[in-house]
Write a protein that binds this ligand. Structure first.
Ligand code: FMN
Length: 459
């Protein structure tokens, strides 16, 4: 990338990617001697980590989640089990209250699927988390990667790719009514003198019938600080982008190349503006794995070690997760077969024109990670600034691979470097996650957001 001017800096949005399993996003890094990742079932593990992120002013901690298991031709590979690649995985919702209890400001974003969760139960869960955190919860809305193996586990049919997004549109329509359209914001008065906990005149039954979902009645949770939780979304296919442009307040973009990412960022913003939203207000961030050394050589050594934690079998299982194809049965020098993108379109189309060997090599090291930046803290910070300037992204999702290793590198080396450039997250000044993104005094969906029109009561 060309040198760019690094003036007029805005702080980057900096979130941290986690997955409730021993490895995080890819590889089998749990076996790195100093990595504590396999303590993921210890509540203290998450509380300690969250406290560090709270002290570092992180914009959020993100829990990815999926019901889908790794499978090749419908069978879980022994290597996935042996190396703990995406199996086992526990339920991140269970640890979130403990994180909120020990942190003062840190927001938590957690994935929930529009295919496998019921809208009403889902809304109740997020509204409760929004209450107990005083507005610090975010929802990563997914139509589910690895939807086939998840459908098998649930005993359901696989829903086709674009239908999954149509269903997700409807899911959000009913969710907006539950979060925004049932209780007026000041309905709860808690007046002992008149024995009035809530004013019935300010509580309304919703009556929604959509193509996929129906809901009728009063939402059971009283209005929470943000109402609709702050909405994240990660679909990068054409249909996924349209969905993001309609509903998302922050988009996780699947990083490909600076040129393609710049096009995707512009496209999402344009699509949102066409729908009457402020496209520039949508935050768009990419995943990044940083491997930082005190010297460049030190960083290179760490990178070699990082690469040693990724096997060909794991890479093949990962691709099968997204495509249903078993690459190990194919001629390594031939291009991957076209199509097969019903499960996770952008994770397959990203490899258009690649040979089988090239896909395996790329997945062995990078997997579904975004950018990989290797070097000293200054070099990595340069890379981030260049990437943001070339693409228009607002920030980065740190895809760590060891704890405390990568966290030490980011918190102790990278953030101080970003701070000197005006790029590190600023101290918290607001309470809710949405205000962290949209500014103080804006805890609710922006008026131009489609969910806002369902808000009842005085505007
Ligand atoms: C940073 C990031 C985080 C993601 N987190 C999840 C997740 O938690 N659960 C999930 O099922 N999919 C997750 N995905 C995958 C997306 O939901 C989606 O399946 C993928 O981007 C393909 O979307 P597409 O079919 O529109 O191309 C994530 C993707 C990215 C880039």
């Amino acid at each position: 990338m060309d040198e760019i001017s690094r003036t007029g800096a805005q702080p980057f949005v900096i979130g941290f990617f986690e997955h409730m399993n021993p490895n995080g996003i890819t590889g089998d890094t749990w076996r790195q001697p100093a990595n504590t990742g396999s303590d993921y079932l210890d509540l203290e593990y998450w509380m300690r980590l969250a406290k560090r992120l709270d002290e570092a002013n992180a914009d959020f901690l993100f829990f990815a989640d999926s019901y889908g298991n790794p499978a090749v031709d419908g069978v879980m590979p022994d290597d996935s089990i042996r190396l703990a690649n995406h199996i086992p995985v526990a339920d991140p919702f269970a640890v979130i209250p403990a994180i909120f209890a020990v942190t003062e400001h840190l927001p938590v974003v957690v994935t929930s699927s529009t295919i496998f969760e019921e809208p009403y139960a889902n809304a109740r869960r997020y509204a409760t988390l929004d209450h107990i955190s005083k507005g610090r919860i975010g929802w990563n809305v997914v139509t589910s990667a690895a939807a086939k193996s998840a459908a098998d586990l649930f005993g359901r049919e696989l829903v086709a790719h674009d239908d999954r997004y149509d269903r997700a549109d409807d899911y959000l329509e009913v969710s907006y009514r539950l979060f925004e359209g049932s209780w007026e914001h000041d309905a709860v008065v808690k007046d002992r003198a008149t024995a009035t906990y809530a004013d019935p005149a300010q509580v309304h039954a919703i009556d929604y019938t959509g193509p996929y979902f129906r809901s009728k009645g009063v939402f059971s949770v009283e209005p929470s600080p943000q109402r609709m939780p702050f909405v994240f979304q990660a679909g990068s296919s054409g249909r996924g982008r349209r969905f993001a442009a309609t509903h998302a307040e922050c988009v996780f973009l699947q990083a490909t190349s600076p040129e393609k990412d710049a096009e995707a960022v512009a496209d999402i913003r344009r699509l949102a503006t066409e729908q009457g939203r402020d496209g520039d207000a949508i935050r768009i961030i990419v995943g990044i794995t940083v491997i930082i050394g005190v010297t460049e050589q030190d960083a290179r050594q760490k990178y070699d070690e990082f690469c040693s934690f990724h096997s060909e079998e794991i890479a093949a299982a990962q691709f099968s997760h997204y495509s249903g194809i078993n690459l190990l049965e194919l001629d390594p020098d031939l291009p991957i077969p076209p199509g097969n993108d019903e499960l996770s379109r952008s994770n397959v189309q990203r490899f258009d024109g690649y040979t089988v060997r090239e896909v395996l090599n790329e997945l062995k090291t990078r997997g579904v990670r975004g950018i990989i930046a290797v070097g000293t803290a200054a070099e990595v910070a340069d890379h981030m600034e260049d990437y943001a300037a070339a693409t228009g992204v607002d920030g980065f999702l740190m895809e760590t691979y060891t704890n405390p290793g990568t966290y030490d590198e980011i918190l102790d080396l990278l953030l101080p470097e970003l701070r000197t450039r005006g790029r590190a997250p600023l101290p918290y000044t607001t309470k809710t996650l949405r205000e962290r993104f949209q500014g103080a005094g804006h805890p609710f969906l922006d008026d131009s957001h489609p969910g806002a029109q369902h808000r009842v009561g005085p505007k």
